[in-house]
Design a protein around this ligand. Structure first.
Ligand code: DOR
Ligand code: ZN
Length: 409
């Protein structure tokens, strides 16, 4: 049993928090607040095939530092996870990497929807958290841009009672924008080539498919006011539609290209103006259900390439909780809203059985982002001073003191 003496609950009451554990420990937790550990429903830990960007040894350390004990990993690896055999191979690799690092991180996997491999979906029904559909191309070449395949996957998912998670950007519109673009090929062009209409066209199509087949739909990385309105209307209609946003869409806008250059290139892109504010309101109004880091590391060398050669994506799992706690400090979110966003809603949407992993946070601790566990060795949040940090993460009865090194090696 681990006893956190004198910790505070979310509602500010002082209490001793007990967590089942093989080891007996009493920890002075005065001044710390206990929350459920973070569930990150959207990471790219890059195994197999892209381990030079990230692997589960470094990814797990970054997760623990971010107060996160359960991640859902995406299938756009090399090769992609789109057959039952590849899924089994991926799990074996992950388990061995986690074993090596001594962090028994909880994980689930998304299965990749691919035109040539739809017949594999029923085989993995009970082994995955859902089906990932890339409606527009991104890192890797898992893309499903034709209506016939989209209808097939949504109807199959409904029949198998599986959830579909969509990367909602319309591939045809992206190609059209690229063909017609005459401006300079600077990083800023990314937000024009994949503009809000690219996203809303795909979100509207995915919602229509959910309506038609009754498919449970999880819309990944909502980034704009217009998408928020589509999700709001779908929920009002009673459709089984859920929405995620990301830390980078909450905490950056398209002015970040000036300071971050290629590091700010991400799909969907950073947006202009008022969108961030509207995402925060949508969280408070419960139109947005969850936050996923969309932790998508690439090396510094890759991110320093010119626009067109620079891959999309940025790491985020390690600083998602501190960023949210800092937003609480600034009065943008309450602790209850953060808990809903980082664990309660995900637990309901994905039917996660209960467990008692927790994170103890110091709401008053101020620290500057200076280093990261991610293998890519950079973070877009470098140099930010944030108020509110995790101090202990408890995973399966194992307590990680975040002031110390976590994991082996
Ligand atoms: O920016 C992105 N990066 N968006 C995605 O959809 C994929 C991700 C990655 O895997 O690099
Ligand atoms: Zn992603």
């Amino acid at each position: 049993m681990i006893i956190f003496q004198g910790a505070r609950t979310m509602f500010g009451e002082q209490t001793d928090v007990r967590v089942e554990s093989d080891s007996d420990q009493v920890i002075d937790a005065r001044g710390l607040t206990v929350m459920p550990a973070v569930i990150d429903p959207h990471v790219h830990f890059r195994t197999p095939g892209l381990e030079y960007k990230e692997d589960w040894r470094t990814g797990a350390k970054a997760a623990i530092r971010g107060g996160c004990t359960l991640v859902f990993d995406m299938p756009n690896t090399r090769p992609p996870t789109f057959t039952a055999a590849l899924l089994a191979e991926k799990k074996a690799l992950i388990d061995s990497q986690l074993d090596e690092t001594g962090i028994p991180l909880r994980y689930d996997l998304f299965f990749g929807a691919d035109k040539q491999h739809l017949n594999e979906i029923p085989l993995v029904r009970d082994q995955v958290i859902g089906i990932k559909v890339f409606m527009g191309c991104s890192t890797g070449n898992l893309v499903m841009d034709d209506d016939e395949s989209l209808h097939a996957v949504f109807s199959l998912a409904a029949r198998e009672k599986m959830l579909v998670a969509v990367h909602a950007e319309d591939e045809h519109l992206i190609q059209e924008r690229k063909a017609n673009y005459k401006g300079p090929m600077r990083y800023e062009a990314h937000s024009l080539l994949r503009d809000v209409e690219v996203a809303t066209t795909a979100v509207a199509k995915a919602i229509a498919l959910s309506r038609r087949y009754g498919t449970r739909l999880y819309v990944l990385h909502i980034s704009s006011a217009e998408e928020v309105e589509l999700i709001r209307a779908a929920k009002q209609e009673g459709l089984p539609v859920f929405a995620e946003t990301t830390p980078h869409h909450l905490f950056f806008d398209d002015s970040a290209y000036a300071s971050l250059g290629g590091k700010a290139v991400v799909n969907p892109p950073l947006r202009h103006g008022k969108n961030r504010e509207i995402l925060f309101s949508a969280i408070r109004e419960k139109v947005i259900d969850t936050i996923g880091s969309d932790h998508a590391p690439h090396t510094l060398e890759e991110k320093s390439r010119a626009y067109g050669e620079c891959p999309s994506g940025m790491p985020g799992i390690e600083f998602m909780l501190p960023l949210l706690l800092n937003a609480r400090h600034e009065g943008l979110l309450s602790l209850e809203e953060i808990v809903s966003l980082t664990s309660q809603r995900a637990r309901r949407i994905f039917n996660i059985p209960s467990y008692d992993d927790v994170v103890l946070v110091d709401l008053e601790k101020r620290e500057t982002v200076t280093r990261t566990e991610s293998k890519c060795a950079w973070t877009p949040y470098q140099g930010l001073s944030l108020c509110g940090w995790p101090v202990y993460t408890v995973l399966k009865g194992r307590c990680f003191n975040l002031r110390d090194r976590v994991g082996n090696g």
